[in-house]
Design a protein around this ligand. Structure first.
Ligand SMILES: *[C@@H]1O[C@H](CO)[C@@H](O)[C@H](O)[C@H]1NC(C)=O
Ligand SMILES: *[C@@H]1O[C@H](CO)[C@@H](O)[C@H](O)[C@H]1NC(C)=O
Ligand SMILES: *[C@@H]1O[C@H](CO)[C@@H](O)[C@H](O)[C@H]1NC(C)=O
Ligand SMILES: *[C@@H]1O[C@H](CO)[C@@H](O)[C@H](O)[C@H]1NC(C)=O
Ligand SMILES: *[C@@H]1O[C@H](CO)[C@@H](O)[C@H](O)[C@H]1NC(C)=O
Ligand SMILES: *[C@@H]1O[C@H](CO)[C@@H](O)[C@H](O)[C@H]1NC(C)=O
Ligand SMILES: *[C@@H]1O[C@H](CO)[C@@H](O)[C@H](O)[C@H]1NC(C)=O
Length: 924
């Protein structure tokens, strides 16, 4: 999540980070617009706003009101980030003149989402000409999947990942253009499935899987990432994020979730608040929009179509011609009638004389690979054209309306290697439909309406390597359907209606490497089902109705590396059920009903790296359960029913780095429970029932880096609770009942940089509370009952940059209390009972970026004169109005008014300090 300050009265609907803005065709080009600018892009109801990360350059922000944009398109790149381009007309007093071509490249994704939302919002804004009218609208995030297991990306039919649906406050426009472009479909992959290994980039199946035991693409986050604990956190000499302060209410610098994968304070989330406040150009934008209707002609135009130019995936070659490798996705506006075929872009048609291209398709001959690609996507075709060029290598027929795939429809296509028929309303496939496709390797039939395939449907396609049948309505798979497919390495039968599988169904697939059966209704796996899949590397059984895992089912899967069985109803795992799976690296059993783990449950998993058992019914852990898992790096037990942790239960897990036990019912952790876990970096015990943390609780966690104890019932921090945690950087104690921090109790935590004590019962902070934590940078004490802070309390905290004391009962802060905090950037004193402000602080705190003062009992006499001057001079430090915008998972925007209301003297009570006239202080 990132936070930013914008000018008053604009709601941010959508934002994306890591976007690059470039301009072309401006005469003359002002210096400020030259070069590449990286930053964040925002969509508001009236415009697109780009804010460069580097605020030291001339251009602090670039505003593009919809009324001044023209001819926008979303372009999908191959090996380059997707981008939005278009024209922008200068607005008066904007610092430049004329018209420019702009290009916004989305390096971390989002171009499609952004473009889609932009057009909806623009239409709405320009039509109504009204101010914003936000309505929460479920907006799905769309990701593209490679249709071919190489670097070819399709131009149509995106796959919607349900697991990552996003909700944005969003102004709905008309429904999207026809064609089901954004129609939700069941997920094609389990949400937390790791991305496919990068080795898939080779054109020729089978893919080159990394060997088990190597640090290949299989681990969710390369262990080395969090082995280097110093990197994710801001070390003193790194620039510290100056995240907009007030957002700490819901976007504190410390998140409550484990953060071992990413840095909460990474430079990416940086956003300066300076320079964004009320800018001339932004103001003129608002005025501009009031007569937006007159600018209707500039409505951005996005067109759907498929203009494709693809090249073979030889990386070296590709880099040179990267700009040519674009699949333009041009999106049609809903109110423009669907373009007729004759209007389709034809400039890509090759002038090669050797083939004839059907009129509805686009044919592209790739000089480099010498392959002919034919694109016939999204044309409402009801039958396969019979004049397809016979030398075509790849054909895209996705998003059409075939209903029946007729016999011998492809009879002349003997060169075809790739055939995409997904999402084409196919209900049935006639007996010899694939006749003639002798060389076909990739067949996509996913997202159709198939219930059944004749047993010899693939008789004519002996070369098949990958077969996608997911997201259909298959209720059964015929015995022998796959027989003869000895080259098949990828088979996806996920998200169908399968309740049983033919016992011998996979017996003729000796080269199968990846089998996806997720999202069906399987209750039972026959003992012989997987017996001949000796090459299988990945098996996905998640989202079925399995109840029991019997022994020997997986015994022959000696090369299997990933096994997903989450979201079933598994209550029983027979002892030694995973015997023989000596290559297994990843085992996910989350969201089941497992109650008991035996000593031998995980026997044989000698190479396991990740074990997930989140959301089961496990009540206790036994001593020897994990003893063989010496390579385990991640063990997740969140959302179970564990009540206590006894000594030495994790013995053997010498490589473990992440251990999560959150949301259990743990009341007691015996000293020594974590002994032996010498590599653990993240320990999550949040949301349990811990009251006491006796001495030695965390003994042995020599490399612990983040400790989550939030949402427990801890009442006191004792002197030796955290002793020995010399590497600890982040300690989360929010939402407990802590009333006392004993002197010196944090004193071993020499590396501690973030400490979250929010929502506790602290009434005072003794002078020694923070002794021994010299590197603390973030201290959050919001929502305690603090009345008094000793002068010496903050003395050791010379590196503190963020101090949140809001919502306490502090009545008085003297000049000495804050004096040591010379590095402070953020100070929140909101919601206390302060009458005076320690003036000296303002003189010494040159680095202050945010000071929040509202909700106190300010006594506005001469003692606040200098504070008033400071506030007026530094409105960016002491903001009066601002809106918040949170990107990432949600966009939730609110406009705040931060008043510094005087409580007394009577004459000016209820006036904002900044509104009091200078004369009032004249006598001071
Ligand atoms: C840890 O990170 C620092 C800074 O990024 C780097 O210099 C150092 O080499 C890294 N250490 C290891 C073991 O990767
Ligand atoms: C607003 O933008 C202009 C450039 O267009 C810049 O000169 C000015 O400093 C900006 N205002 C603020 C408050 O940053
Ligand atoms: C698809 O074709 C069927 C008839 O084959 C027709 O009834 C239906 O309206 C078509 N759908 C679309 C979206 O064109
Ligand atoms: C396709 O094959 C049939 C015979 O099976 C032949 O009559 C026809 O001309 C062929 N079409 C093309 C375009 O080659
Ligand atoms: C746990 O699993 C059940 C059923 O699989 C699901 O309904 C529930 O939402 C899950 N709870 C959590 C916290 O994931
Ligand atoms: C802080 O010091 C100033 C003198 O620099 C003094 O006038 C003021 O009363 C002191 N304020 C407090 C709250 O101690
Ligand atoms: C701030 O002051 C204005 C008037 O000066 C008032 O309308 C508003 O409600 C106040 N806001 C808060 C949060 O107190």
């Amino acid at each position: 999540m990132t936070a930013t300050l914008l000018f008053c009265k604009s709601i941010v609907l959508l934002s994306f980070n890591n976007v690059q803005l470039t301009f072309q065709d401006i005469q003359p080009t002002p210096d400020a617009l030259k070069g590449k600018k990286k930053g964040m892009v925002f969509l508001t109801p009236h415009r697109v706003l780009f804010i460069p990360k580097d605020q030291s350059k001339a251009m602090k922000s670039f505003s593009m009101p919809f009324g001044l944009m023209e001819g926008c398109s979303v372009e999908q790149g191959i090996l380059v980030a997707n981008y939005i381009k278009g024209k922008i007309h200068a607005q008066p007093a904007g610092g430049w003149e004329g018209t420019a071509t702009f290009k916004l490249s989305f390096y971390s994704g989002g171009a499609i989402d952004f473009g889609k939302a932009m057009i909806d919002v623009a239409t709405h804004a320009l039509r109504s000409g009204s101010a914003y009218n936000p309505v929460v609208y479920v907006y799905e995030s769309v990701s593209f999947m490679p249709a071919r297991r190489n670097n070819y990306y399709r131009s149509a039919a995106p796959v919607v990942y349900q697991g990552q649906q996003q909700q944005f406050a969003y102004v709905p426009g008309q429904p999207p253009a026809a064609g089901g472009y954004y129609a939700p479909v069941p997920p094609t992959y389990a949400p937390d499935r790791p991305p496919p290994p990068s080795q898939f980039s080779s054109t020729q199946p089978p893919p080159n899987f990394p060997q088990a035991g190597t640090s290949g693409g299989y681990y969710p986050s390369a262990p080395s990432v969090f082995a280097n604990y110093s990197s994710p956190l801001s070390s003193p000499d790194q620039p510290i994020s100056n995240t907009a302060g007030p957002l700490s209410d819901f976007n504190p610098p410390i998140t409550s979730m484990p953060n071992y994968y990413s840095a909460p304070l990474s430079p990416d989330s940086e956003q300066t608040s300076q320079g964004l406040a009320a800018n001339k150009s932004t103001k003129s934008t608002i005025q501009k929009n009031s007569n937006a209707e007159t600018n209707f002609k500039y409505l951005p135009l996005l067109l759907i179509g498929a203009k494709v130019l693809l090249k073979k995936s030889l990386l070296s070659k590709m880099h040179k011609s990267v700009e040519f490798l674009l699949v333009s996705v041009i999106v049609c506006l809903w109110f423009i009638p669907l373009r007729t075929e004759s209007q389709l872009p034809s400039e890509e048609e090759s002038d090669d004389e050797n083939f004839h291209c059907p009129s509805v398709c686009t044919c592209v001959f790739d000089d480099y690979s010498e392959e002919l690609n034919v694109y016939c996507s999204s044309h409402y075709l009801t039958s396969i054209p019979n004049d397809l060029p016979v030398n075509a290598k790849a054909v895209w027929f996705d998003s059409n309306n075939f209903t029946v795939l007729q016999s011998r429809a492809f009879r002349n296509m003997s060169n075809l290697d790739f055939l995409n028929l997904e999402n084409s309303h196919i209900v049935s496939v006639e007996q010899h439909a694939f006749y003639g496709l002798n060389l076909l390797v990739h067949l996509h039939l996913e997202r159709n309406k198939l219930k059944y395939l004749v047993p010899n449907a693939f008789l004519h396609t002996p070369s098949l390597g990958s077969l996608s049948l997911n997201n259909n309505n298959f209720g059964k798979v015929e015995d022998g359907l796959f027989s003869g497919l000895s080259h098949l390495w990828y088979l996806n039968l996920g998200w169908n209606n399968l309740a049983v599988l033919p016992a011998m169904g996979f017996h003729d697939l000796p080269n199968l490497k990846e089998l996806i059966l997720a999202g069906n209704r399987l209750t039972y796996l026959q003992p012989q089902l997987f017996i001949s899949l000796v090459e299988l590397k990945e098996l996905d059984l998640s989202g079925n109705l399995l109840r029991i895992i019997k022994g020997n089912i997986f015994v022959k899967l000696q090369k299997l590396q990933k096994l997903y069985m989450s979201c079933n109803q598994i209550s029983t795992i027979m002892p030694r059920a995973f015997m023989g799976m000596k290559s297994l690296r990843w085992l996910d059993l989350s969201h089941n009903r497992i109650a008991v783990l035996h000593e031998e449950t995980f026997s044989g998993l000698l190479n396991l790296h990740v074990l997930r058992l989140v959301n089961n019914s496990i009540t206790g852990l036994r001593h020897r359960t994990f003893r063989e898992l010496q390579f385990l790096e991640e063990l997740q037990f969140g959302y179970n029913k564990i009540k206590s942790l006894s000594e030495n239960i994790f013995g053997g897990l010498v490589q473990l780095e992440v251990l999560t036990l959150n949301n259990n019912q743990i009341q007691e952790v015996k000293p020594g429970a974590f002994v032996g876990l010498r590599e653990v970096a993240v320990l999550n015990l949040s949301s349990n029932s811990l009251k006491n943390l006796p001495d030695g609780t965390f003994k042995g966690l020599l490399n612990l880096h983040s400790l989550h104890l939030e949402n427990n019932a801890v009442t006191r921090i004792q002197p030796n609770t955290f002793s020995g945690l010399f590497c600890l950087r982040r300690l989360f104690l929010q939402n407990n009942y802590i009333s006392v921090i004993d002197n010196q109790s944090l004193s071993d935590l020499k590396e501690l940089s973030e400490l979250d004590f929010r929502y506790n019962k602290l009434t005072r902070l003794s002078s020694q509370a923070f002794a021994g934590v010299p590197n603390l940078e973030y201290l959050l004490l919001k929502c305690n009952e603090l009345q008094y802070i000793s002068d010496a309390t903050f003395q050791p905290l010379q590196h503190l940059s963020w101090l949140d004391l809001s919502e306490n009962f502090i009545e008085f802060l003297n000049n000495y209390t804050l004096k040591p905090l010379t590095k402070l950037k953020y100070l929140n004193l909101k919601g206390n009972s302060l009458r005076h402000f320690p003036q000296q602080f303002l003189q010494q705190s040159s680095q202050l970026e945010q000071l929040l003062l509202e909700g106190n009992n300010w006594h506005c006499d001469c003692s606040l004169k200098s504070l008033r001057v400071y506030c007026l001079k530094n409105p960016h430090v002491v903001p009066r109005y601002f809106e918040s915008a949170m990107g990432g998972d949600e966009t939730h925007t609110i406009i705040y008014t931060y008043n510094i209301t005087c409580a007394s003297p009577q004459a000016i009570a209820n006036t904002d300090l900044r509104d009091i006239s200078e004369d009032y202080f004249g006598h001071c």
